[in-house]
Design a protein around this ligand. Structure first.
Ligand code: F6P
Length: 525
């Protein structure tokens, strides 16, 4: 067993070598027991590698990584992010009986919403935030507000001025609430966009523009110094990572846009998944099983990416949401104590809702030389009235998954061509193109319907899966130093571009060239 803070690189662990050997001997074969029931959803992992030996090797690997103790540590708010000396206690935010300060903040938020609703105020909401301060809210609003809301919601994340310009365009600013969500309250995009919104409010003759702004942050004093009234500042805590902040007051926009029941439902679904993760035996533990397949696919079978295919138009924002959750968490190459991990870690995550995805890139998944595991996500029941649409959606989801799994043999393709009336030579030539390799792994996640509870449970499933993958790889899934470095460089280059400071000679020649060109250009404007 390796020390939790100094996890041995995987290649040096005998348990890892056994896991690799067992994977190589395993196969994909359907077994009803490989469909896991959880509160909120069913997970079918039968299209992933499996064998009794692999199950035993997985258990030994988890034991070697001290899984039981580390899971407890996570869920009890221990320090699981040593490079920032922080807990990642997002599960506490959604507990049925949250501790004092969490509950107090929730009550304040509910009171703000109650007042706004009773006064029928804020017909427009402009939600300004980026990354974890954006995607979760976009996701929830897209999932439950797709058919219209009495409040209009716009999202502004990007520093590109077109984003804030479009975000504010055409709104009656006298009845517009600006929600600034930023854990750090230092993010350049959010602060600049917030300033533009304030300028527009002033220009529109709004007397006290700060009364139109709400902040959600772990730095309430910074937001207050910025001018936002204390009663409009809602807090989260350092132990809530940005990409997990959906469970905090960041959901204010969701509650205003749809209603508070959506937020409550999502919290309840996520809590139920927390309990499942904490208590279900390994073989029936959905996040753990998904994580094990993820490690098999990435580190043993060598798949470099993971495709997310939600067969639900309302879940378009699920792809970037999981992209951030997974890639910011697992895009690491050293262990907690800085040793090279020794095996490939977090895959690139990408995707698009089906059926659009089928007409965009599924060709690559079916017959491309690399392929990628796919997470198919679908709701058994729709919320619209057109049964044939939903049957077709379900059929497409199952068909794609089957084609990836079963493939199409050369002889099958030959038979198709011959029965279409082709000559033997023609059939032989074409059959080569119509052959699918198959054997491509996937998960199928079935939600009974797209309820807030099911969505909450789905998001927590991914969170815990990612935690387990991080644990197996021995990395810290809760920091993001790569992103921080990019932010520092961008701050310096911005100052160079606007002439505040000279161009640093330490830049590489190409970067220096472009800084000089852009700087000269803006000097002429
Ligand atoms: O992209 C890096 C990041 O730090 C994310 O982790 C975070 O969600 C985002 O920036 C926004 O940060 P903040 O909420 O502090 O504005």
């Amino acid at each position: 067993m390796s020390d939790n803070n100094n996890p041995l690189p995987l290649p040096s662990l005998p348990e890892w070598r056994n896991f690799v050997a067992a994977t190589q001997q395993s196969a994909i074969s359907f077994d009803r027991a490989r469909i896991i029931d959880t509160p909120g959803l069913q997970l079918d992992i039968s299209a992933q590698r499996h064998s009794p030996e692999l199950t035993a090797a997985a258990q030994a690997l988890l034991d070697a990584r001290n899984f039981d103790a580390m899971r407890r540590h996570l869920l009890e708010g221990g320090i699981v992010n040593p490079s920032e000396k922080r807990a990642a206690w997002h599960s506490a935010l959604r507990a049925a009986a949250p501790v004092g300060p969490i509950n107090a903040e929730r009550q304040r938020m509910n009171e703000f919403i109650r007042k706004a609703d009773s006064e029928r105020r804020w017909r427009n909401i402009v939600h300004i935030g980026i990354g974890g301060s954006d995607w979760g809210v976009r996701l929830a609003v897209g999932a439950f507000g797709y058919a219209g809301m009495w409040r209009q919601v716009r999202f502004v994340a990007n520093i590109d001025g077109h984003a804030i310009e479009g975000g504010l365009a055409g709104l009656d600013l006298r009845d517009t609430l600006i929600v600034m969500a930023s854990k750090s309250f230092t993010t350049a995009e959010t602060l600049e966009n917030g300033l533009r919104a304030l300028e527009r409010l002033r220009a529109a003759g709004v007397e006290d523009p700060y009364q139109h702004v709400v902040a959600i942050t772990a730095r309430p004093e910074t937001a207050r110094d910025w001018g936002i009234p204390a009663s409009h500042v809602f807090r989260l805590w350092d132990w809530v990572g940005g990409r997990f902040s959906l469970w905090s007051s960041v959901s204010l926009t969701t509650a205003l846009a749809i209603n508070s029941d959506v937020v409550a439902g999502m919290l309840a679904g996520a809590t139920a998944m927390d309990h499942h993760f904490a208590n279900a035996p390994i073989e029936k533990n959905a996040p753990v099983q998904m994580a094990l397949s993820g490690v098999v696919n990435r580190s043993v079978l060598g798949y470099g990416s993971l495709n997310i295919a939600p067969y639900d138009f309302r879940l378009a924002a699920l792809v970037p949401y999981i992209q951030q959750l997974e890639m910011e968490s697992l895009g690491k190459s050293v262990t907690l104590d800085g040793q090279p991990v020794g095996v490939p870690t977090g895959p690139a995550v990408w995707g698009m809702p089906g059926t659009d995805a089928q007409h965009t890139f599924f060709q690559w998944l079916h017959q491309g030389s690399d392929g990628a595991p796919v997470d198919f996500i679908v709701c058994q029941n729709a919320d619209h009235q057109w049964r044939n649409h939903h049957e077709s959606l379900l059929a497409n989801c199952l068909a794609q998954r089957e084609a990836l799994l079963e493939g199409k043999s050369h002889s099958h393709a030959m038979m198709e061509c011959l029965s279409a009336g082709m000559s033997h030579d023609e059939a032989e030539a074409l059959a080569l193109h119509r052959t699918h390799p198959g054997g491509r792994p996937s998960n199928l996640i079935v939600l009974p319907r797209l309820s807030p509870y099911a969505l909450g449970s789905l998001l927590a499933l991914y969170e815990h899966k990612i935690f387990v993958q991080g644990l197996i790889w021995g990395i810290n899934p809760f920091d993001q130093w790569g992103v921080e470095y990019g932010k520092v460089l961008a701050t310096g280059i911005t100052r160079e571009l606007n002439g505040d400071i000279p161009v640093d000679a330490a830049h590489d020649a190409s970067t220096r060239h472009w800084i000089e060109q852009f700087r000269n250009d803006s000097a002429k404007r």
